[in-house]
Design a protein around this ligand. Sequence first.
Ligand code: FMN
Length: 356
Amino acid sequence: MRVVSVWPIVRPLLFRLDPETAHGVAMAALRAVQAVPPLAARLRRGFLADAPALRQMLFGREVLNPVGLAAGFDKDAVAVRGLAALGFGCIEIGTVTPKPQAGNPRPRLFRHPAAESVQNAMGFNNAGLDAVRARLLRLRPSPVPLGVNIGKNKATPAESAVADYELLVRAFADLCDYLVVNISSPNTPGLRDLQNEGFLRAVLHRATGITGRPILVKIAPDLEEGDAVRLAEVAVDAGAAGVVATNTTNDYSLLPGAKDFGGLSGAVLREKSFRIFDAVARRLYGRALLVSVGGIGTGAEAYRRLQAGASLVQVYSALVYAGPGLARRINEELLQLMERDGAKTITEVIGAGRGK
Ligand SMILES: Cc1cc2nc3c(=O)[nH]c(=O)nc-3n(C[C@H](O)[C@H](O)[C@H](O)COP(=O)(O)O)c2cc1C
């Protein structure tokens, strides 16, 4: 069955729906797929680019390919098996907050098709720690390496933010392969103010005292380059295993016609996200696990991020436009580029542009 071949028919139908409704339809389809394990297994055989050359060990687990699903697509971990069937090398769920949250009022998700971009002001709508933890307990063992992205509740004041993250680390450390401390969503007022050295040191001190699991910090693309590098370095010195760069941008000048709220992602974010990632990698490649996300939709762009020092790339917005065959396509293109350059394994590509 070639699901990819029906995408040109499905996409215009989905695009006639409000974006959040379309996302709900996609999630329902993924849940239907995972409810029928032989179907999920068959889809996975079609979508997974399972070439030995793409494999690497990360977080103490084998990752079958370097293309991950970014946070925010499956906030509540309801469709992990369905998403694994789309061939992602790993999946990051969340952002999960301690208490359930409704998020911002709708409409809060917008497409910008001509620019292959997305704008969202979701505001951490999620089912909360207890519900997501129960789901992950049932999911064990996860079919793919799993990250849990965590954030504070909107109602939690900055002074108590560390306690929110501590609760979440305790709840999820044993149920995932890595954790991501999210302090870079533009849609929770004040969250980005946590991108400071004092908070990072405090939160990482607590988190690393609780678990030995890798803890990554996700940063915004809107930091000054020097500040981003300094923060990333502080995080790693304080015990973070790595950095995820970047979240969405609130630089609305990137897209004429953009709304003046929420975060932009997709193609308009590509260069900005690359610049921040590249600056961080220049300082930290070889010392930390680096994940690049923002505007990635092709093998060529994924290759550029890997060469700059990313061990993994992640996608979200491109999935909206390219559909379920995206991970396989990026991986196949990566394999072609590796063959062109004579790279035998993905680990030869990672950081190849950095000069060791
Ligand atoms: C609708 C939507 C919801 C998102 N929710 C989250 C989230 O809950 N936590 C998070 O860390 N990032 C979230 N993101 C950001 C993505 O994980 C990613 O960092 C960003 O979209 C850039 O990647 P892209 O250009 O491939 O979309 C969200 C993005 C979108 C489009």
